[in-house]
Design a protein around this ligand. Structure first.
Ligand SMILES: C[S@@+](CC[C@H](N)C(=O)[O-])C[C@H]1O[C@@H](n2cnc3c(N)ncnc32)[C@H](O)[C@@H]1O
Length: 249
């Protein structure tokens, strides 16, 4: 994978503290499979806190793993602001075995029904490195564009956790992130101190019972929206505003 590095100013501890303290925290998870993240957060999804989970069940079109998800929800989440939605991308993984086969048929439209800018956090664990996404530039960019659309323009964070097959992520680059309007705030690797603080928050329930060893090259990426720059005087001039008599500061 091309080297993707973050900004030294982004502070993981401060980020984790502020999300835990946000009384209207809205979390969107894409591709949770049967081990989603809302039941292990340092707060409950009650009051104005909300969780939306989207899954396409690409390799499980008959929904056999839905039972596991339902069980988890009844144990921990009933009555909370936790909503799951099936997302039909318009295509299917055409081979179940070997599951790492990238073969896929049909379109891939990851657009969710949620409004733009709703999410304080959009989280995806091992989705961009899913072979049905990772090896296809069109699917990768469409998914990036959707996660970018969902994130709040100011204060929204996109969290990617890649521990299964991070070596598949050859297409993810700063350029395609930037084309989706995203910039890298931080990259965290298993040897970093922050790793141990992130795993309790973003390592799914099943992983806790049956932990998977992060594969070489595993990482978290924290991404945020590239802020629109302030217009320059020359931009205003080219828009004709310079000739309108408006007093510019
Ligand atoms: C490798 S699994 C990862 C599951 C889990 N998050 C984990 O960390 O192991 C990737 C999942 O993403 C789902 N997926 C891929 N693209 C999706 C999309 N656009 N919307 C919802 N789910 C998607 C697949 O169906 C699959 O269950």
């Amino acid at each position: 994978m091309p080297s993707l590095t973050g900004s030294p100013e982004f502070n993981i501890d401060a980020y984790l503290d502020q999300r835990a303290a946000n009384p209207s925290f809205t979390m969107v998870e894409i591709g949770h499979a049967e081990f989603p993240l809302p039941y292990q957060q340092p707060f409950e999804f009650e009051g104005d806190r909300r969780y939306f989970g989207f899954e396409s069940w690409l390799r499980d079109p008959l929904g056999s793993r839905l039972e596991d998800l339902a069980e988890l929800h009844y144990q921990h989440g009933a009555g909370k602001n936790i909503t799951y939605m099936y997302l039909d991308p318009g295509g299917v993984a055409i081979k179940k075995r070997p599951w790492r086969s990238p073969e896929y048929e049909g379109s891939y439209d990851p657009t969710t029904p949620l409004p733009a800018g709703i999410a304080d956090e959009v989280v995806l664990a091992n989705v961009f490195s899913d072979p049905h996404v990772a090896f296809n530039l069109d699917r990768t960019t469409k998914l990036l564009s959707e996660v970018s659309r969902l994130a709040k323009v100011i204060g929204g964070e996109v969290v990617l956790r890649e521990i299964g097959t991070p070596q598949y992520l050859t297409l993810l680059s700063e350029q395609i992130l930037a084309e989706a309007g995203l910039q890298i705030d931080a990259r965290v690797e298993p040897s970093d101190e922050a790793w141990g603080k992130l795993e309790p928050v973003y390592e799914g329930e099943r992983d806790k019972e049956n932990p998977r060893t992060p594969q070489p090259g595993s990482f978290y990426l924290f991404l945020s929206k590239i802020q629109p720059r302030e217009p320059f005087m020359s931009d205003l001039g080219s828009l004709g505003l310079g000739q309108t008599g408006i007093d510019l500061p």
